[in-house]
Write a protein that binds this ligand. Structure first.
Ligand code: ADP
Length: 263
């Protein structure tokens, strides 16, 4: 959970850094364009003597801009995934204390760790970060309090409708639902919410990276994430992650916590 918190803080920092960098980058670009324009004017006026000076100025600005983007790339480079078998019930239950501290006292927290949950194969630190990010979003959507529910369950994705709606191969998955009773999103926001840097929050508060990180994590883990939201009612983010089979025998087992992939 310390790692999850650090990851969330890092994403926040990346966002702030990016905003600042875009501004600096723009200033440097303005310098390059200005030098090029002056160069062009001198050449048009038949006075090539000063051109060398402007070439030097443009090159210096462009080099600084390149150094800036290198810094951004180094900073935002994702940690590689380190997948292992994960008990998501254990993971979300172990986050209870951190989550309570994060959402404050006006929001009630309910963790539903469904019995018989299959294990999944994913990077546990990234899953923690995802749950924490979703909980922070839920908190932000409930300024006057409400309820945050985190619920696990098994999900059998059938070939056809289920699988194509989820854009994953048919098979066994676990799912983790993070629901709030907050503001909800209008359809246009739902559509764009997974985009990196998409945010409706004031500058300095939102990075627009939380949900894109959640989505990227789910896809890289061979699962999926999707949003079900009703403006004025609340939001559920669903994360699907593939079932991990320890060995062949489990395939025959019943699925006590299985639920339809829909709903
Ligand atoms: P950020 O939270 O920094 O804005 P995210 O990528 O996590 O970035 O979210 C993008 C946008 O999606 C938010 O600005 C908000 O408009 C919307 N959003 C995300 N989660 C929720 C939620 N639980 N309830 C309502 N809106 C949400």
């Amino acid at each position: 959970t310390e790692a999850a918190l650090r990851q969330a803080q890092k994403m926040e920092a990346v966002g702030q850094l990016t905003g600042g960098l875009a501004h600096d980058f723009n200033n440097l670009l303005t310098g390059v364009i200005g030098s090029l324009e002056l160069m062009q004017r001198r050449l048009a006026a038949g006075r090539p003597e000063d051109v060398g000076r402007y070439v030097a100025a443009a090159t210096a600005s462009a080099n600084r801009a390149a150094a800036l983007t290198h810094r951004l790339l180094a900073f935002s480079r994702r940690q590689p995934l380190a997948p292992k078998p994960v008990d998501a019930n254990e993971l979300v239950t172990s986050m209870e204390e951190l989550l309570r501290r994060t959402i404050g006292e006006s929001i009630r927290l309910r963790i539903v760790a469904t019995e018989g949950l299959w294990r999944t194969l994913c990077d546990p630190h990234q899953l923690e970060s995802a749950v924490l990010n979703l909980s922070i979003n839920a908190r932000d959507a409930m300024p006057d309090g409400g309820r945050l529910t985190i619920e696990t369950g098994n999900a059998r994705v059938e070939p056809g409708k289920d699988a194509s709606a989820l854009d994953v191969p048919p098979g066994d998955y676990i799912r983790i639902l993070v629901s709030d009773t907050g503001t909800g999103m209008d359809p246009g926001t739902v559509e764009r919410a997974f985009e990196p840097f998409f945010t409706t929050k004031p500058i300095g508060q939102g990075t627009g990276l939380g949900l894109s990180m959640v989505y990227g994590f789910a896809r890289q883990s061979n699962g999926h994430a999707r949003i079900v939201s009703v403006a004025g009612r609340g939001t559920t983010v669903q994360i699907y992650l593939p079932r991990h089979r320890e060995d062949g025998t489990e395939a025959e087992e019943a699925a006590p916590a299985a639920a339809s992939a829909r709903g």
